[in-house]
Design a protein around this ligand. Sequence first.
Ligand SMILES: [Zn+2]
Ligand SMILES: [Zn+2]
Length: 196
Amino acid sequence: MPGGRPRIYTPEEAKRRKAAQRKAWNLKNADRMAAWTKAWQEANRERIKENRKKYMALEENRAAAREADKAWRKANPDKVREMKRLARHRNPEKERAKRAARKARNPETERLAQQRRWVSMNRRNPEKVWARKMLQRAVDAGRAVRQPCSVCGDPKSHGHHANYRRPLDVVWLCSKHHLEEHRRIDAEKASEDLFG
Ligand SMILES: [Zn+2]
Ligand SMILES: [Zn+2]
């Protein structure tokens, strides 16, 4: 400070200044802090697991954890949806088994759920709906001819679009092979999302 005497802080002020400095440092070094935390967690994985086990041994703690989980899920619907999506892609077999079990338990409920998924998927993909409509119109007018499944030859086929902006450019696939193709595309997309 040119000319001025060094400022003297009261203990209260000094404490507040120090806290503010620490906070600013933490903010500036958030990445480094996160890396430290992660490294510590990795080095202490067993210890964390043991502690968690001890904590979860008590019913009241389990109930609190369930509540906290529920609250977090409610506050982060996008993250929950993304987590579920990734889990489905990581383990499609499990997902299929779960769905089949649900269907066996209550076929009507599962049929309605499937219908809701279909409607919401269509709502989220208007270009898909448009392409399907254009294709159907072309088939009805004789401008396109339905072909048997290009994999197994099943005459009951859907037109699969690689690009919805080219509605008549389709590969004909039966429902089984169509589903397989979409699973393959989804898995490819999910791994792209994960690994860039
Ligand atoms: Zn087929
Ligand atoms: Zn398709």
